[in-house]
Write a protein that binds this ligand. Structure first.
Ligand code: WTA
Length: 652
């Protein structure tokens, strides 16, 4: 497609609906609507029966006394159970599929590594012993700041093996953001690598760790996996603190799984909220495992022979749930790719699919839109006959991109599942089931087992037919976050206080006449730029940390490629003058503070920012302004109407 106009926008294909083929239906785990309806009802009416049966193959050392107990906010799943997730993800497959590939990895330069379940298990046990020998004990947090290499998966599982909640920090975060996450989590051990390949360039992960730790003496050990070696990524090892992965040894320590209670925290994953600093979303062991296990099996119609490729980075929740825990607990073969989709050219993804006979591809709308721009030839050159199912995640998918994905990648043969969920939900909550439901471009679909969504108005009352409102959940589900690390008040305030009796997602949605949910995007101050969740507050605080900036406001602008582009308004201190050089410098400053993925697309200068009488920045007006719309709503609360007028004039 040469012309990108119209990639985002009108829901022109709203009426179209795509039924799974008879052939897909015939081989699907679930192929009849009645089966979905029966299981869905059971998951709500008899969760005990449903979840006990659906998780029967998982490894519990002692079975749960109850499947679900407690209230909504403090729901407890699988109470009384004891387990270690690595027994479900690794040990249990050793008797049946020890030699089956667990991971097929491709480095950006092209090398391929295959790790069987037996090999993955052995490596996890080795690292678990080494972690114990460093003094890591159950409950200790370990930060993982790595790229897309098998060792990152090994690191996550080794932490789980010893009962140490991992906190993976996406390798694109800059030193300050990394430091803040290490500090908040209280981790004493950081696992990293020398460098990673990204678009033919080296990302110096260890160097960023050094910078982050320069003011964080609490960290006792840094373990460095040498992915690139000294020629590409020379590193400095700080004596007494740093050692290489290769020189780790377990000593006398055991690699046996730490058997923990159902509620034991499995990981902490930081994500942006509508206010303040990023929150450490906590997921506990048994409920999360059950949720990702069952959703992977049904949503992706997973079969033993499938080769599953989730393109998400392990640093985000999609990588946690559908690159690591869900597929491995099901004994699947997972593909993992280190680098960029256009390296060495835009055919890389499709060649990867051909080479490894990928049958299920799970990726993000931003990637699809980037491929559309490059034209279909790259896709058409590869043999994609192994593909049988496609998935989308992370942001609303516009129907045009959906149709392209369906026709060009899926060759009008593969069903698409558009899966809605969040870091907090742990697992997919809205989707179609590929053998059961017709898919509608732009619509996530129906509730997954155990999810009871409700679209409500701000006062909590249900919206009328097809009216837009806030997307909430009316009851607890097994993958629901267990809390916000170190901040129980925030857990309540963020998710349960806004709409009493509901979990508040922060998204807006409406329901079509046939019950399909259409998620339109965030309604709070969280931006979704190229599928990356970015808090306006984080960007603003990065900007005001620059000596020239007095005040700043960040908003999203609709963007053809990224879904949203990041636009910032900056008021300078009197001693500084606006100009292109300063705009560029401020953009770089944000990239240095947070990470390149959060670099503003557009830096604008303003005399003042529109505010309410109480001093709150009215981002809504700025959002309308950058979208080229007249400001909507009541302007009487503006402190200084002139401000808005000036901004508009500057715009014109
Ligand atoms: C958005 C990613 C529309 C949504 C799994 C949500 C989506 C946020 C979809 C969570 C989808 C995710 N359709 N919007 N299929 N999937 N979102 O925590 O705004 O990184 O609140 O989790 O992404 O982003 P997060």
């Amino acid at each position: 497609m040469s012309d990108s106009v119209g990639i985002i926008g009108a829901y022109s294909n709203e009426a179209r609906s795509f039924e799974p083929s008879a052939a897909f239906r015939a081989q699907a785990r679930l192929g009849r609507l009645e089966d979905y309806q029966r299981l869905y009802r059971e998951s709500l009416d008899s969760p005990e029966t449903f979840w006990a049966r659906e998780t029967a193959e998982l490894s519990f050392r002692s079975p749960p006394r109850r499947i679900v107990s407690g209230g909504f906010e403090d729901a407890r799943w699988f109470e009384g159970a004891t387990l270690n997730v690595t027994e479900s993800c690794l040990d249990r497959h050793l008797t049946t599929s020890a030699d089956k590939a667990a991971l097929i990895w491709e480095g950006e330069p092209g090398e391929v590594r295959r790790l069987s379940y037996a090999e993955l298990h052995a490596q996890v046990v080795t690292l678990a012993r080494a972690l114990r020998s460093l003094g890591v004990r159950a409950g200790d947090r370990v930060v993982i700041y790595m790229g897309m290499v098998p060792e990152t998966v090994i690191a996550m599982l080794a932490c789980a093996r010893v009962g140490a909640p991992h906190s993976v920090v996406f390798g694109g975060f800059a030193a300050d953001a990394l430091r803040e996450r290490i500090r908040d989590s209280g981790a004493r051990v950081v696992l990293t690598q020398d460098g990673a390949w990204r678009r033919g360039k080296v990302v110096e992960l260890k160097r960023t760790v050094d910078e982050a730790l320069s003011t964080l003496p609490e960290v006792e050990h840094v373990v460095v996996y040498e992915r690139l070696g000294p020629r590409h990524a020379p590193i400095q090892l700080q004596p007494g603190r740093d050692l290489t992965w290769q020189e780790l040894h377990g000593g006398e320590a055991s690699g046996a799984p730490e058997i923990v209670g159902a509620d034991h925290p499995l990981f902490v994953l930081y994500t942006s909220g509508s206010t303040g600093k990023p929150k450490g979303v906590v997921h506990s062991t048994a409920g999360y495992l059950a949720a990702v296990h069952v959703s992977t099996r049904y949503v992706f119609d997973l079969k033993p022979e499938d080769v599953f490729w989730c393109t998400a980075d392990v640093g985000w929740v999609t990588g946690h749930s559908y690159l690591v825990y869900g597929p491995l607990s099901n004994g699947a073969t997972c593909v993992m790719y280190e680098g960029a989709p256009n390296q060495p050219d835009w055919g890389r993804f499709w060649q990867l699919i051909e080479r490894h006979r990928v049958s299920i591809l799970y990726t993000a709308p931003t990637a699809i839109r980037a491929f559309i721009r490059q034209g279909p030839e790259h896709v058409q050159r590869a043999d994609l006959s192994s593909l049988r199912l496609l998935g989308s995640v992370g942001e609303p998918i516009n129907p045009e991109a959906w149709i392209w994905y369906y026709e060009t990648v899926g060759q009008s043969r593969c069903p698409i599942v558009d899966t809605w969920w969040q870091t907090e939900t742990g697992s997919i909550l809205l989707t179609t089931l590929p053998g059961v439901h017709a898919a509608r471009p732009g619509s996530a679909g129906l509730p997954f087992f155990g999810a009871e969504p409700a679209i409500v108005r701000v006062d909590g009352s249900p919206v009328g037919a097809q009216e837009s409102g806030l997307l909430t959940m009316k009851r607890a589900w097994p993958g629901m976050l267990a809390g916000v690390w170190g901040d129980p008040a925030r857990y309540h305030a963020q998710y349960f206080a806004p709409i009493p009796g509901h979990y508040f997602s922060g998204d807006g949605a409406h329901q079509d006449a046939d019950g399909y949910y259409r998620v339109v995007g965030r309604i709070d101050d969280v931006l979704n730029v190229a599928g990356h969740r970015i808090g306006t507050a984080e960007v603003e605080s990065a900007l005001v940390s620059h000596p020239a900036v007095a005040e700043a406001a960040a908003v999203g602008r609709p963007d053809e490629l990224k879904g949203q582009a990041l636009v910032v308004f900056v008021c300078l201190k009197p001693s500084h003058a606006p100009g292109p050089a300063l705009a560029a410098e401020l953009g770089e400053h944000v990239a240095r503070e947070i990470g390149r993925f959060a670099k503003p697309d557009d830096v604008r200068f303003a005399e003042a920012l529109p505010k309410t009488r109480s001093g709150k920045i009215m981002r809504r007006f700025l959002k309308d302004l950058v979208a080229g719309q007249a400001p909507r709503g009541d302007t009487s609360t503006l402190e200084d109407l002139n401000v808005l007028v000036q901004l508009q004039q500057a715009e014109e």
